[in-house]
Design a protein around this ligand. Structure first.
Ligand code: A3D
Length: 310
């Protein structure tokens, strides 16, 4: 029996994720969207590319939830983007309602799956899905750290004119302005990044990483990044399904690690076949811990705001 990955939301991130996962040839993919025809049309289009791209898995597109039954992983990318005149809070409430509804469906139809949350605000939506699903917290994971670290790796590789393959970079904290890039843990083939570039340059690349999402929105005008987010989801899916137990930065539930409790936030974890195997707790400097705490405060404030939906 092939593994099965369902993706809720067949928009830019969802559809691109479906394509990347299909091309890995490791799982059948079910694409779900509330707008009738979108998922079906895209799935059929992808399948018609399979003879050329050489993958053998099946992609199904639907507007209901029956087909997600027995999914090993459900990736949630459904939601709204901020529209003119909409505050961040409005968006928070609208997406919270959407995610609450979707989580109900996942709980009913795929009670044994692992949920990977992508919808923003990421850490809050991951918390909501965990609470609403009643799943064990190792089975609800947020995707952000893989993307934020990938962006930092890319900027470093461009700066040093070297392959990004040998770069290790770590970004902690909430997904957004408050993320915490940790240059102390950033290396190129084991060489600390600070030996290869000045501190000013390191800080500049960290800042660019924090604003990387906004930089792309500024170019696109009507949407946000989706190729790199989708690639990051596919990496998490591959890690889980192939049981490679890689250490990846993910949105994880903390119950005391880093001095934080009852929150989802980005930290390095061992990602195993059952979800988060364990959280890796690093010894942080006072300054790094302060940044992580202020990132956590922002997330906790938003969690409080959607108390009624939870
Ligand atoms: P978009 O292309 O608008 O796709 C969203 C899709 O969700 C649309 O096709 C909608 O029809 C669909 N949808 C809405 N409500 C439902 C529902 N109840 N059930 C099923 N489908 C529904 O957006 P996108 O793909 O660019 O982004 C999707 C989400 O991911 C947004 O919340 C983004 O902010 C977020 N995102 C997060 C990251 C991270 O790194 C965490 C990166 C990129 C995007």
């Amino acid at each position: 029996m092939r593994k099965k990955v369902s993706i809720i939301g067949a928009g830019n991130v969802g559809a691109t994720t479906a394509l990347y996962i299909s091309e890995l040839d490791i799982a059948d993919v079910v694409l779900v969207d509330v707008v009738d025809g979108i998922a079906k049309g895209k799935a059929l289009d992808f399948m018609e590319s399979s003879p050329v791209r050489g993958f053998h898995v099946n992609i199904t597109g639907i507007s209901g939830y029956d087909e997600i039954a027995n999914s090993d992983i459900v990736v949630v990318t459904a939601g709204l983007a901020r529209k003119p005149g909409m505050t961040r809070e409005d968006l928070l409430f609208r997406n919270a309602e959407i995610i609450a509804g979707i989580t109900d469906q996942i709980k009913r139809k795929a009670p044994n799956c692992i949920i990977i949350m992508v919808t923003n605000p990421l850490d809050v939506m991951a918390y909501l899905a965990w609470k609403k699903s009643g799943f064990s917290h190792n089975k609800v994971i947020g995707m952000a750290g893989v993307l934020d670290s990938a962006r930092l790796k890319y900027f470093i590789s461009k700066e040093l004119s070297i392959s990004s393959k040998d770069i290790q970079a770590l970004v902690l904290g909430g997904h957004g302005d408050s993320m915490v890039p940790l240059s102390r843990f950033c290396t190129v083939s084991g060489i600390p990044i600070t030996k290869l570039m000045s501190e000013e340059k390191v800080n500049e690349l960290n800042e660019r990483t924090k604003n990387a999402g906004a930089e792309i929105v500024e170019f696109l005008k009507t949407g946000s990044a989706y190729y790199s987010p989708a690639a990051s989801v596919a990496e998490m899916v591959e890690t889980i399904l192939k049981s490679t137990k890689r250490i990846l930065p993910c949105g994880a539930y903390l119950s005391g690690e880093y001095g934080l409790k009852d929150i989802y936030i980005g930290v390095p974890v061992v990602l195993g076949p059952l979800g988060i195997d364990r959280v890796i707790e690093l010894e942080l400097t006072k300054e790094e811990l302060n940044s992580l705490n202020s990132s956590a405060e922002t997330i906790l404030k938003s969690i409080k705001l959607i108390d009624t939906v939870i």
